[in-house]
Write a protein that binds this ligand. Structure first.
Ligand code: SF4
Length: 203
């Protein structure tokens, strides 16, 4: 049975542009790890919730794929990546001279060395308190107007250097966007994050 010394449970991997947050628009290589312990009702990657034996991939495989990627940013996402020990993966990425970015709901302790952490807490399972100060950017998905006040309460737990983003949940975007825009006008420390990859139909 493979283990984390030499393998990682990889659901999919692909080169694209980062669509969200401060690094939106930059070339990025996504490593989507299998398994999630959050269970968002609006999840658009429910196939990442489970792990099958054939998804364990050698770190050497990851290394080979990343060697052909000309960009700097490697985004480790899920699923929920904090379900896995990630030190060996971040070492592998850094050995190639690339940046380690993580996207997490923060439901478990964060392992590995990260150049950028996008924390996106979800109401369906609480983020660990210890993870808020580790966030480089806080990205809150807005599904309902009440989520805007919830976003404020989470921002208070973050480091003063943290960037704050509000992102309309895709299926509600037309309805919720005006609420988000007025919130940002009243609270200009927040910015809008759009899932630009979905608008231009790339992964
Ligand atoms: Fe889906 Fe991400 Fe929510 Fe997990 S945390 S259920 S992968 S949206």
């Amino acid at each position: 049975m493979p283990n984390y010394d030499s393998h990682i449970p990889l659901m999919e991997h692909f080169e694209t542009l980062q669509g969200e947050g401060l690094y939106g628009g930059y070339a990025a290589y996504f490593l989507r790890l299998a398994l999630c312990d959050v269970g968002c009702v609006w999840c658009d990657v429910k196939e990442s919730w489970t792990l099958s034996d054939d998804q364990w991939k050698p770190l050497e495989f990851v290394k080979e794929k990343l060697s052909n990627f000309k960009g700097d940013i490697v985004v480790v996402t899920g699923g929920e990546p904090t379900l896995h020990p990630l030190q060996n993966l971040t070492d592998t990425i850094h050995e190639l001279g690339k940046r380690t970015h993580m996207e997490t709901a923060g439901t478990n302790a964060i392992s590995g060395q990260w150049d950028w952490i996008t924390l996106s807490p979800k109401k369906f399972k609480p983020c660990l308190e210890e993870n808020y100060p580790k966030a480089s950017e806080l990205k809150v998905v807005i599904f309902h107007k009440s989520d805007l006040e919830w976003a404020k309460s989470m921002a208070e737990k973050c480091d003063p250097t943290c960037k704050f983003y509000l992102q309309p949940e895709w299926s509600k975007r037309d309805k919720i966007l005006p609420e988000i825009l007025s919130f940002i006008q009243e609270n200009p420390q927040w910015a809008l994050s759009l899932q630009s990859h979905k608008y231009i139909n790339i992964p």
